[in-house]
Design a binder for this molecule. Structure first.
Ligand code: GCU
Length: 424
């Protein structure tokens, strides 16, 4: 007995020691940020200097994109067309009459597997074609507004099974409405298309569910080391939703603005890098693996994110835990992949975990690529004061407050979109 206890204690100390070695303490003070050197944006792997946007597009951009795909987020499969579109709702006078509401299921099938993506769409009821914000939500479409007609996972409340009633908190309609300034968008002439990100791939460390399993080779149970993790799957899903939006006559598909908060901000940047059809990309408080520079190791580190969310990135990305310097890229390059399209990076002053300064510095370090296209990036060396937005081809603001999406943020995104769409 004593031997067993002793063995248990030794095993515990050993495992504890190993796991303690895995991650270093969180950096909370600027003075503790290590010295680092960012990989060169404008020099190819063969040491060729890039001087023009054409050289960037032909030589350097593909190298960076392929590296992010294989070593960071994971390679996604080709397009899969939705076999069926079910229009579940089409209401011309929603939100007190100012909006059209449409709810649609996109059904994807491959082999004997299928998934269904439920879209909630609000459009201003005045225009023929509207620009839209396209955004995933965390808690279900019914969380974004108290509108009682919003379906729950594509169904009416009375059609929900017992399991679904357990899973979805139907009394929490509009529980996240403070993050969705829908009326502000509609009044400004923008629509919103939103989808629960779990529809594409449930956010859990399980690769037997969601979109991944539709693409497995016989006998395959999980993505290979360089294949898509969940962030890539969600980004892929954004493009499939875009395939559908292109068929919608009421939507101006040349003006689809991709928006994402936090993990969904990481997703928006990666989706925007891969798919040129998104005309503006907005990352709100996206942090590690999003807009923040990994080499600063401030707040959340690569090892933290890979340990706490082992399914988000490609397995290859785990090779860089506590070893960011070995990456051939850093996150400024992800932002640069979106050029010359406008991109907005937003931080919050109390969101140290997402490293606001690292987000700002990445946006700044992406600027040389915007300059190649004759566009204005970020010139300033210093993080701007709170609530002082900068709107160039790259937009940035440091909102006062915590990790969140607020009306102040939406106000900036609307003004940023107005500015870019009017200048075109
Ligand atoms: C965690 C995670 C972040 C992520 C955030 C979110 O805090 O560490 O990387 O951005 O969740 O998505 O809410």
């Amino acid at each position: 007995m004593i031997q067993k206890i002793l063995f248990g204690v030794i095993a515990f100390v050993f495992v504890y020691h190993l796991s303690a070695q895995k991650t270093t303490p969180t950096i909370k003070n600027e003075a503790d940020v290590p010295l680092y050197e960012l990989p060169q944006l404008l020099t190819t792997e063969n040491e060729k200097q890039i001087d023009t946007s054409l050289e960037w597009e032909r030589l350097r951009r593909p190298e960076i994109l392929s590296y992010f795909a294989n070593q960071v987020y994971g390679v996604s499969p080709d397009k899969l067309n939705f076999q069926e579109v079910d229009v579940l709702d089409n209401e011309p006078a929603a939100l007190g009459g100012k909006a059209i509401r449409k709810q649609v299921n996109l059904n994807f099938k491959k082999g004997n597997k299928s998934i269904s993506i439920s879209l909630l769409i609000y459009l201003p009821n005045k225009k023929i074609k509207s620009p839209v914000f396209l955004a995933y939500n965390f808690k279900g479409n019914y969380s974004v507004n108290t509108d009682p007609a919003i379906l729950i996972n594509g169904k009416k409340e009375t059609e929900l099974s017992k399991e679904e009633l357990k899973k979805f908190n139907v009394s929490d309609r509009g529980g996240r409405s403070s993050r969705w300034a829908i009326e502000k968008m509609i009044d400004a002439g923008y629509g919103l298309v939103t989808v629960d990100y779990n529809n594409v791939d449930p956010d859990q460390n399980d690769f037997s569910d969601g979109i991944h399993s539709l693409f497995y080779k016989p006998g395959q149970l999980a993505p290979a080391k360089n294949e898509w993790g969940s962030l890539s799957a969600w980004a892929w899903g954004m493009s499939r939703i875009m395939d559908f939006l292109e068929t919608e006559s009421m939507i101006d598909h040349k003006k689809v603005i991709l928006f994402g908060h936090s993990r969904l901000g990481k997703t928006a940047l990666w989706a925007g890098a891969n798919d040129h059809r998104f005309s503006i990309v907005i990352s709100n408080n996206s942090g590690c693996g999003g807009a923040a520079l990994s080499r600063r190791r401030f707040g959340e580190k690569v090892s933290d994110i890979n340990t706490n969310y082992p399914h988000w990135f490609a397995k290859n990305f785990h090779n860089f835990n506590e070893n960011e310097a070995a990456l051939a890229v850093d996150q400024h390059m992800l932002i640069a992949l979106i050029a010359p399209r406008p991109v907005y990076v937003a931080s919050a002053s109390q969101d140290a975990w997402a490293d606001p300064k690292g987000e700002f510095l990445a946006a700044k370090a992406a600027s040389p690529i915007y300059r190649l296209y004759g566009k204005k990036g970020i010139e300033s060396e210093k993080l701007p004061p709170v609530n002082t937005p900068f709107h160039g081809a790259i937009g940035y603001h440091l909102r006062n407050g915590k990790h969140d999406v607020t009306d102040f943020d939406w106000q900036q995104y609307i003004e940023f979109a107005n500015m870019h769409f009017e200048s075109n």
